[in-house]
Design a protein around this ligand. Sequence first.
Ligand code: NAD
Ligand code: TYD
Length: 338
Amino acid sequence: MRILVTGGCGFIGSNFIRYYLKNYPEVSIINVDKLTYAGNLENLFDLSHAPNYYFIRADIADAARMEELVRKGIDAIVNFAAESHVDRSIEDPSSFIRTNIFGTFVLLEAVRKVSKEQKIRFLHISTDEVYGSLGKTGAFTEETPLAPNSPYSASKTAADMMVRAYFHTYGLPAIITRCSNNYGPYQFPEKLIPLMVSNAMEDKELPIYGDGMNVRDWIYVEDHCRALDCVLQNGKEGEVYNIGGASERTNLYVAKSILDHLGKPHSLIRFVADRPGHDRRYAIDFSKIKRELGWSPTISFEEGISRTIEWYQTHREWWKKIKTGEYLDYYRRMYHER
Ligand code: NAD
Ligand code: TYD
């Protein structure tokens, strides 16, 4: 089996490739990544000489390249490639439109063009953020109406709709997964958990938006990879599967538990201006994937956060290098000039 993974040099994609090749050494993976600020070859350095792993630097919005790659005889595409950070989408949505919407369309077209000769399963990695925001109770099901609130989630919603249309119109064998907030090794330190962990380790302030009572459902990235494995193998074409971590936590709780793990004072927490259009609460009903594919999350928030903190403690060089240069300019704009 040959799988084309897009965005494999990012956080979830790199964890997925490592997970997949460890569990299925007979599979070949071609990783197509543009290497934006979020793509890092070091994330898969350990696999760079593996005989069944190939890296190609390319943009998913490049139609000629994508068609050429799809014609290389692949069995499946797992589409992780995206601009993924809500705050950046608020600053400038244009790259989100280009990659998340147009890039997904280009991949779908490439698959459609070869569909008479080759069957290619298309697994599209989406997010719970397409459903918008919840009140104090309830959880997103696959039937919840789509109501995205940020340019990021709007671009992911548009991509989901295009994937859906290609299934219904052209019979393209596509499946969509919508997962909650991931955390774990190799996450870029602009996202909440790695930002809080790395700042705390450097005795820097932990910027909390608004009142810190926004809730996310945290899933350890390995649990997400296992869910994607189940869907890739046994998911039904044309379906959507929600994936969640059964770990709803407020942002303030997350920040405090990181400080407690590291033995740092809560006084490092700094409340800053809220994110515009900030979704209040996400929660996932994952009963469909549990019932139909037998998947449930296995790593508790407490276990996952201590594994994650340990990883950032033993990989200081990885994140220290990132937290300089271009990233530092962005960080200053985000937090210090607010
Ligand atoms: P990430 O930002 O860490 O990685 C994205 C990767 O895509 C990077 O390697 C980047 O170089 C690559 N990329 C960006 N534009 C590209 C383009 N035009 N062509 C080729 N490659 C390109 O993101 P992540 O957190 O690993 O998220 C991966 C996917 O999972 C995204 O589609 C995201 O929407 C989705 N998702 C993420 C989360 C989360 O909590 N991180 C939750 C649910 C869904
Ligand atoms: P984030 O990791 O950006 O993921 P998403 O916006 O996709 O859920 O943010 C997670 C939560 O943490 C979200 O409610 C915003 C909040 N947050 C902060 O309070 N401070 C920060 O510095 C960041 C990056 C996020």
